[in-house]
Design a protein around this ligand. Structure first.
Ligand code: C5P
Length: 224
């Protein structure tokens, strides 16, 4: 039987990626964190196409896109992001990248460049893609679509703890500001804005644990 294609979209820090990763392990599916791709391009842009103040030269980024090798490599069921042969999974999680990623993600050249990578991985079935526009644009025919939301207070608390555990020095105010700014840019952009697909199941996990959210999602998925 063909394995399903699952789209999980939603606001920043609703747990999309960590929940998708656990779901993929439980269901024997491949997980692709599509936010990592946008973060990868942002990391590249800050390294190669920005001045000392972090102002990105977008034209230079667009010109260079065709020469960038940004790929997920598969180890078992885990996909790790490589940029020009270097594992950049840690570098894409910095505050600097988080502060710039939504500016990069609203550029149509960047979105078009990343579309094929995302669709190619889904073509074989048996995948969970998490992001912002998976159910609406990348995989409108996904077998299952979920949209995660939670209060800004809860999301700030989760992200703050996560960053603290990673040893990142940041205040709760800075975290909250980054989340609200990204959500605003992501929701208001012209191309592929963050929004719930009409046929997506909405889950507000403000008062739910990770396990409860996973159970809620699994309850909608038929055996395969
Ligand atoms: O998921 P994560 O928070 O790592 O995503 C980082 C950023 O990448 C988002 O704030 C958004 O700007 C962009 N993104 C997007 N479309 C996706 C996934 C992420 O625009 N499918």
């Amino acid at each position: 039987m063909r394995k399903p294609v699952i789209a999980i979209d939603g606001y920043s820090s609703t747990g999309k990626s960590s929940i998708s990763k656990i779901l993929a392990e439980r269901l024997g599916l491949i997980h692709m964190d599509t936010g990592a791709l946008y973060r990868g391009i942002t990391y590249y842009s800050l390294q190669c196409c920005a001045d000392a103040q972090g102002n990105i030269n977008f034209e230079k980024v667009f010109d260079n896109l065709k020469n960038i090798s940004l790929e997920f490599r598969k180890t078992g069921d885990i996909l790790t992001l490589f940029l020009d042969g270097e594992d950049i999974s840690q570098q894409i999680r910095t505050k600097e990248v988080s502060d710039h990623v939504s500016q990069i993600a609203c550029q149509k050249e960047v979105r078009a460049f990343l579309l094929d990578t995302q669709r190619a991985i889904a073509a074989q079935g048996g995948v969970i893609l998490d992001g912002r526009d998976i159910g609406t644009v990348v995989l409108p025919n996904a077998d299952y679509k979920f949209f995660l939301t939670a209060s800004i207070e809860e999301r700030t608390k989760r992200r703050f703890l996560e960053l603290q555990n990673m040893g990142v020095e940041i205040s709760a105010e800075e975290v909250s500001h980054n989340l609200t700014t990204r959500d605003k840019i992501d929701s208001e952009r012209e191309i592929a804005p963050l929004r719930q697909a009409e046929d997506a199941i909405l889950i507000d996990n403000s008062n739910m644990s990770k396990d409860e959210t996973i159970a809620a999602i699994i309850s909608h998925i038929a055996e395969f």
